[in-house]
Write a protein that binds this ligand. Sequence first.
Ligand code: ATP
Ligand code: MG
Length: 560
Amino acid sequence: MSLEPDYKHFIQRIIEDDNLSGKFEGRVHTRFPPEPNAYLHIGHAKSVYLNYGLAQQFSGKFNLRFDDTNPIKEEAKFVKAIIEDVRWLGADWETRLLFASDYFQQLYDLALVLINKGRAFVCDQNAEDIRKTRGTLKKPGQNSPFRDRSVNENLNLFEQMRRGDFPDGTRTLRAKIDMAHPNLNMRDPVIYRILHASHHRTGNDWCIYPLYDWAHGLEDSIEKITHSICTLEFEDHRLLYDWYLETLDVYRPQQIEFARMNVSYTITSKRKLKQLVDTNQVDGFDDPRLLTISGLRRRGYTPASIKNFTENVGVSKRDNIVEMSRLEHSIRQDLNKRADRAFAVLNPLKIVLTNYPDDKTEMIKAVNNPEDSDRGTRELPFGKEIFIERDDFMEDPPRKFFRLGPGREVRLKYAYYITCHEIIKNSRGEIVELRCTYDPLTKGGSAPDGRKVKGTIHWVSSRHALRAEVRLFDRLFTVPHPGREQDFTTVLNPDSKIILMNCRLEPALKNAGLNEHYQFERLGYFILDPDSKADRPVFNRTVPLRDSWAKLEKQGQANK
Ligand code: ATP
Ligand code: MG
C-alpha cells in the first residue's frame, strides 16, 4: 500500500483543526510515556514515531516521560534500556527526559486539593470489597460506607497514609464521583494506594503511590502536553482523565486514542515478552527473534526501516495486525542500498582445482554495491582450494538444477568457469570434496569463445577464508496470531534459531564493524553480533534476500 503524498491521518487532522481554532495557541507538544517495567517493542516504536513525528511536523516539542508510578514492577535497568532504545530510534526529547516520580509531591498536593473540594475521600474498604461493591455494566455499584467522611477527617487520614501509619492495602484515597455511573471507571475510582515498597528513583520517600488514571492526566497537564496520544484501551478512561483535570481546574490536554499496532507471528505484550525472557525461552530481551527494539537492533534492523514500516502502516481507530513480511520488505529496501556485498559460505564444500598452480594466489576484483557505484570495488583472493555452498552441488541433479554437478560447468562469480570431474566421499558415503578444473581463459567470468553457463555461484578461497559462526533466524511462532492462543508458549517454533559453526567468509570481513550491514551474496543481509570475538566473528542474518513468506501469506498458506 502506498500512501498519497497528501494523505493525512485522523490525528494530523485533529491537530490541524486545533491549530486553526487556536485551541492550544497553535502549540503542539506530545510525549512518549513508557512504564519502565520491560523493554520496548515494535508497538512502542509506532508510538514513538507517531508522537515524535507529529511534534516535528508541526514544529512542536516531544517529551520522553517515564510513567514510573508502580515500584513493584519497575526497575532502573528498564529505564536505561528504554532511553537507549528511544535514542537509537532517533527521537529527540532535547532536555525533556522526565519522570512521573519527580511529580510525586505535586500529585500529592493536588490530591489534597481534591479532598478540600469534597471530591475525594479515604476509604477503609480493601481491594476485594471495592471490587464487590463496584457493580457491573448492568447494575449500579454501592456507595462506600466511608464516603461521607468530613474533609478534615479525610485530610488527617490521608496524611497518616502518607506518613506510613497503615499497612498495605488497608486504605485508599478514592475520588467521589458516582457509584451508579454507566462508565465503571467513574465509580469512585482509587487515586492512591498504600504500598510500602522502595521505588527505583525515590527510594523510601513514599509509601503511597498514585494510580495510573490520576497520575497520567496530571503528568500531561504539568508538562503542558497538547495532544495526549494513547491506545484504544484508554478510550473508556478519557471521561475520568477529563474529570480529574476539570475538577482540579488545571490545564487540560486533549486525549486522543488510536489502535495498537500488532504484527503477525509475534507478540507485543510486555507481560508475555517478559515471561519468555524469565523462563529462558529466548536469550534475553535483545534476542534477535523478538520484535523488541533491542532485538531488532541486534538482528540488524535499522531505525529508518522501522520508521518507514510504522509510518506506512498508518494510524487508525481499528485494531489491526500487520503482516511481518511488510517489516521484512522495509528492511530489505533499506539495506539493498546501503549494505556492501560480501562472499560467505555457510555450509562449506571443498573444491580442489586440479589444474591450478599449487601456491598461486591471485586477486579477483569484485563490486561492493551494484546499487551504488560510489562504493567501489574490493579484491578477493583466489587459489587452488576454494569452498562453495554445499547445496550448490548435486550428485544427481535434475534437469532444472543449473548449478554444479558431475561433468557440469558453472561460473564462479567474478572468477572463472569450473567443471566438476570427480566426487570424493568419506567412509560414510558423505561428499567431502570435489575435484574440478578451471578454464584460465574465462578470467572475470566470461568465455572468449562465447560459451555460456547457466549457473553462477559464490565461493571463498580456503586458504584465506575467515572462519565464523552464523546465526539464522526464523519466526519465533508457528502461527500468525500467537497472542490468541490459550498458551502462547505451545506454539513456539523449535527451528527459530539455527547456529552454523563452520562458516567461511571472505577475509575482508575480519574488519567488519558492529553497526555495518552486509549483503552476503545470495544469502541475505547480515550484521555482526556483539557475541563476536576478535578471532571468531559471529554474524546474525537480518533477513534472507527472497521474500518466501510474503508468497505464503498471499496464498493463505501461512495461516495453516
Ligand atoms: P502495559 O501498560 O500493559 O505495561 P504498554 O505496552 O501499554 O503495556 P506502556 O509502557 O504503557 O506499555 O506504553 C507506552 C506507550 O506506548 C503508551 O502510550 C502505549 O499506548 C504505547 N503502545 C504500547 N503498545 C503499543 C502498540 N502495540 N502500538 C502502538 N502503541 C503502543
Ligand atoms: Mg500502558
